[in-house]
Design a protein. Structure first.
Length: 291
């Protein structure tokens, strides 16, 4: 729950920072600061806990979640606002549920299908104001489509990271994955001239970047990984609904983002769909306990 409140602030922070930094630079700095913070704050990093197979799996997950995911997350906010982007990201548990059911980790039920349908309906209503402009729909929804891909990657990570986290503590796995992701982004940010861009930041912008990395990056995703080892991927990602709530409030307060009636209606329907998904998970957990 705390993790997703923090990532809600990340949506607003990133929406602001894309005006002064390239998306790939934000992604790199976020998890560079975050990876170092987790390593030092939790002092749980033990490289000997990794065998070759676990290290390769962690590296792969790091590339997905701490290189591609944050780049897409930052890039999406070039084309959409904090509230809309955060709402699309909030569909992550629906994709986690769907993928888990497809690969056989969870059982497909009528209620899970209803929850997916209701969530997507709410998302369509929330974003429908752009449909009336008559412009190219792909261009109009470019930011939302990028964030949808981001949510899919987050769901994939949540599903497959649980296997690694059964073998390696979150305090060890998180900094390794983060720093591998940073290493993959390093050639791109170096070519982009990150040193010049960072030097041009004001003290306030640099402080916001450190917050995004240490608090809304390293600590937030350490908590996310820790929670993944305690329950299912779908249930862990369900609390991502706190992301748009935080983003709507802070986006309006600090960025002056206006919230339309159709967006509020859509948000309520999305939350209803996610609430139905919670019932699916609770029921599945009770069945597992009985068995």
């Amino acid at each position: 729950m705390c993790c997703h409140c923090l990532t809600g602030t990340a949506s607003v922070s990133t929406r602001y920072l894309v005006n002064v930094l390239d998306p790939v630079e934000i992604a790199f700095l976020r998890y560079f600061f975050g990876g170092l913070a987790v390593m030092f704050l939790f002092s749980g990093f033990r490289f000997q806990q990794f065998n070759r197979e676990l290290l390769l799996k962690t590296a792969g997950l790091g590339i997905v979640f701490f290189a591609i995911f944050p780049f897409l997350f930052s890039w999406a906010f070039v084309y959409t606002n904090a509230a809309r982007g955060a709402l699309v990201l909030a569909t992550m548990p629906i994709w986690a549920m769907l993928i888990s059911e497809i690969i056989g980790h969870e059982k497909i039920t009528a209620m899970s299908i209803y929850s997916i349908g209701l969530t997507l309906l709410g998302l369509l209503i929330a974003l429908s104001d752009k449909l009336t402009t008559g412009a190219n729909q792909f261009i109009l929804f470019k930011g939302e489509l990028i964030m949808l891909l981001t949510a899919l990657l987050g769901a994939i990570y949540a599903i497959y990271a649980r296997g690694v986290l059964r073998e390696v503590p979150a305090a060890s796995m998180t900094p390794v994955a983060m720093l591998v992701g940073c290493f993959c982004l390093l050639p791109f940010v170096a070519w982009n001239g990150i040193d010049v861009h960072v030097m041009a930041l004001t003290p306030g912008q640099m402080l916001l970047m450190v917050y995004l990395g240490v608090i809304a990056g390293g600590i937030a995703f350490f908590l996310f990984n820790w929670a993944l080892n305690k329950t299912t991927a779908t249930y862990t990602t369900l609390f991502v609904v706190l992301n748009p709530i935080t983003a709507i409030f802070l986006g309006n307060l600090f960025l002056g983002e206006k919230i339309t009636l159709n967006f509020i209606i859509g948000v309520v329907i999305v939350f209803a769909g996610l609430g139905l998904a919670v019932r699916v998970q609770v029921r599945a957990h009770k069945l597992q306990v009985v068995c």
